[in-house]
Design a protein around this ligand. Structure first.
Ligand code: GLU
Length: 504
């Protein structure tokens, strides 16, 4: 330990979400890179919740953010639930710290009281815009006389605390973007604390990055323009330049239309993907590819590989496009790669979630899930598809229904195939997939002269599974059992002959 509570040379990187909604894919790409950077350098991953804006923050989003990060496997070393010597890690519990710094900045002349009302600010901004001038704060209260201050106070105005941006410019070396310079002519004085004392982001973020000994700020490009303000706050705090955090601004994640990813051009909430049965390892693998790859064009990797191979120097400067198809394809690959028992564990909540089985499933259902899982592991791209594919096995006969689209295959023309299948299966003494296959081939392909695709992909499949596509037919029939299979074939025959579905 050094005397400031950190290990010598320790990399300390933070993820600092604002809990004003569910974490979206852009946030998670940032969190993932923060985590991977910390892990690949043997550093410390700090989670800090930026919840000072009471008008936007909802407490339930804090829990949801922690839950999402845990689900993804992005474990943090310091932060809510993990402790750490630089806490508390919820900014709402650090308000006295920000107030103290705002007071110090006022005393030392780095900040001043600003009495402008919102209406005055808006009016002057609009006038400046019309005149073609700069749009930011115009420095109105920078150098008020004692008499002007007294007059405002007599009016009962409560002042905000505004930072006095020094003249000149800020240059820093961004690990992704290289050298970046901001001319302060375009960085107007900014509010540190509102009139009611509430601290604003730029104050809280800069103070905390310093106090939490953050060495690297790895975050989205949307925050690039706030960097000169944060650096100015470090300077006002008296931090030597050698101790400023190093910045790395990650490229935007765009929608397929090339626009910033938003609710309009894609689904952005990570919890939505979770609900659809995307695996956390697939989410992480895919999101990692939005700006980074481990080299040799490798597109598939594990979290452990990312934790050891991640390198900020390889992060792409260009924006990345979020492509849900690609995510689905990676998800399918990861699903296929699961150990069979793991796959069973992962699909079970999805079967329970749609009410097909109890949570946890009864013993007989658990056995059936385990037996059926291998039939679909190769065939699904998301875990939620398991419920659709296996629903026919768990639905009892009163609940079993045939898809509207699939029901179109149950025509009078198809009835002889259904009758032949029912007849063939009813005579079987042994009920295994091989024997079922043999008897159906004999009855339908040889007996009725049907093409295998028609015999096994058509009405018979629809009759027993209720769908046109699904797991392999003979195994499905085996698992369904004799009574239910024969009952469904009989019921489908009635429908094929124009009767209503007797099951409904
Ligand atoms: N709390 C900020 C946000 O969620 C990010 C802060 C930062 O990374 O500097 O947008």
């Amino acid at each position: 330990m050094t005397d400031n509570g950190t290990r010598p040379g320790e990399v300390r990187v933070r993820f600092a979400p604002s809990p004003s909604g569910d974490l979206h894919v852009g946030n998670i790409r940032t969190a993932l890179y923060d985590w991977a950077f910390a892990r690949s350098t043997g550093g410390t991953f700090v989670l800090r919740i930026e919840d000072t804006d009471q008008s936007r923050v909802k407490p339930e989003y804090i829990d949801s953010a922690l839950d999402t990060l845990r689900w993804l496997g992005l474990d943090w070393d310091e932060g809510p639930g993990a402790g750490g010597v630089f806490g508390p890690y919820l900014q709402s519990e650090r308000l006295d710290i920000y107030a103290e710094w705002a007071g110090r900045f006022l005393k030392e002349g780095h900040a001043y009281h600003c009495y402008c009302s919102q209406a005055e600010l808006d009016g002057r901004r609009e006038a400046a815009r019309k005149a073609g001038g700069p749009s930011g704060y115009d420095g109105h209260c920078r150098d008020l006389t004692a008499a002007q201050v007294a007059a405002y106070q007599a009016e009962g105005r409560q002042p905000a605390v505004r930072f006095r941006m020094p003249d000149g410019s800020t240059t820093f070396t961004d690990l992704v973007r290289g050298e970046v310079t901001f001319d302060h002519a375009h960085v107007p004085d900014f509010v540190l604390a509102r009139a009611d004392g509430a601290p604003l982001y730029t104050l809280a973020v800069a103070v905390d990055d310093v106090l939490m000994k953050i060495t690297h700020v790895v975050r989205g490009e949307d925050l690039l323009s706030s960097t000169p303000r944060q650096i100015a706050v470090y300077q006002a705090m008296g931090v030597p330049e050698a101790q400023f955090p190093v910045f790395a601004h990650l490229p935007y994640v765009l929608g397929k239309d090339g626009q910033r990813l938003s609710k309009r051009n894609g689904v952005v909430s990570v919890n939505w993907y979770r609900g659809q049965g995307f695996l956390p390892e697939a989410m992480c693998n895919y999101l990692a590819l939005l700006g980074w790859s481990p080299g040799e064009n490798r597109e598939s990797f594990t979290m452990a590989e990312m934790a050891s191979e991640f390198d900020l120097a390889r992060v792409n400067k260009n924006s990345a496009q979020f492509d849900v198809r690609k995510l689905e394809s990676i998800n399918g690959d990861k699903i296929r790669a699961l150990e069979p028992a793991d796959f069973v564990n992962r699909i079970t909540p999805f079967l329970a979630g749609t009410g097909l089985v109890a949570d946890p499933p009864a013993a007989a259902d658990a056995e059936l899930i385990a037996a059926a899982a291998p039939l679909i592991q190769e065939r699904i791209a998301t875990l939620a598809e398991a419920a659709g594919m296996l629903g026919f096995l768990f639905a009892d006969e009163a609940e079993f229904s045939i898809d509207e689209d699939a029901a179109r295959l149950l025509t009078a023309e198809a009835e002889p195939a259904l009758a032949a299948a029912e007849n063939a299966l009813s005579g079987l003494e042994v009920w295994t997939a091989e024997v079922i296959e043999l008897s159906l081939r004999t009855a339908l392909v040889e007996g009725l002269g049907l093409k295998p695709r028609v015999a096994f992909g058509g009405a018979v499949r629809v009759a027993v599974t209720g769908r046109r596509a699904g797991p392999p037919l003979f195994e499905s029939i085996e698992l369904l059992g004799r009574d239910r299979a024969l009952g469904r074939l009989a019921r489908a025959r009635v429908m094929a002959l124009g009767g209503d579905d007797p099951g409904e």
